[in-house]
Design a protein around this ligand. Structure first.
Ligand SMILES: [Zn+2]
Length: 269
């Protein structure tokens, strides 16, 4: 459909870009389908999904941010970890929608007349665990970091990890609700227990090998974080950009990092 780019990256796995350039992932099993994230929602996401599968559909939001969640307007029901619900009104409210509409218009994209006013169903609480799609399993895992309720999804049959915004080659950890870099790192490192071989993330089109994810974590040392130069992200907070790997960046809230380092140092004395 116009505006969407649809790419089948593995059997039954579609990585779908929307007009604004963020990606969602559709998993299609033999019995059911799961849509992970919904994009900005400028176009009918439900109709796009229905052009790919007629199976009963579950919609999972990896977190509450607008570029993943505003497409929820095209669905009756979605699910998200409850810890992200406090941020829901902020990122799906009128001010945020207006900002997105202005960005879209500046890029020459059509904005639906009801974009600012369309009802947005509040997500139901997601539980950790397996969603059986028939011959394919989606394991919903709570991984606080980018946000307190961030979800990642593991698909054992494809050895595939969907990271949400907890990992992109450009990972952002400077929003008010983001965890300190140390807590983020610990939670994301724990994902290495899973035997995934490939990774899909929401801000890139392609599959990444596990080694890219590992290189990122290996490079995310206290030394690299301490020495990271300032990066102006247009925020009041002191944002800094580390380069854990040559083609990857990690932008984080330096004050939160320092506070956590101080608290950790006190505990260990
Ligand atoms: Zn995000």
């Amino acid at each position: 459909m116009e505006g969407f780019s649809v790419q089948q990256v593995l059997q039954g796995v579609y990585h779908i870009g929307d007009a604004m350039g963020v990606y969602m992932t559709l998993l299609t099993g033999e019995e059911r389908a799961l849509l992970v994230d919904t994009g900005y929602g400028l176009e009918d996401v439900s109709a796009m999904v229905r052009s790919l599968t007629d199976k009963p559909l579950t919609v999972l939001l990896t977190h509450a941010h607008h570029d993943h969640a505003l497409g929820a307007r095209w669905f009756v029901k979605t699910r998200m970890f409850a810890r992200d619900l406090p941020a829901w009104p902020v990122y799906t409210g009128e001010a945020q929608r207006r900002a997105v509409a202005q960005q879209a218009q500046a890029k020459g994209f059509a904005v639906p007349k009801d974009y600012l006013t369309a009802p947005m169903p509040k997500p139901e609480a997601l539980d950790e665990g397996n969603i059986d799609l028939g011959g394919m399993t989606a394991q919903a895992i709570l991984c606080p970091g980018h946000t307190p309720g961030s979800a990642v999804v593991y698909v054992p049959e494809r050895r595939l990890l969907l990271t949400g915004d907890d990992w992109n080659p450009c990972t952002w950890l400077f929003f008010p609700e983001a965890l300190p870099a140390q807590a983020y790192r610990e939670n994301v490192r724990a994902l290495l227990r899973l035997p995934f071989e490939q990774v899909l993330c929401p801000h890139r089109a392609r599959l990444y090998p596990r080694s890219s994810f590992e290189a990122f974590l290996q490079g995310l040392t206290d030394e690299a974080l301490s020495a990271a130069p300032r990066a102006d992200m247009g925020r009041k907070t002191d944002t800094r950009e580390a380069r854990p790997d040559k083609e990857q960046q990690f932008v984080f809230d330096y004050a939160k990092f320092q506070q956590a380092a101080f608290a950790g140092g006190e505990e260990s004395q």
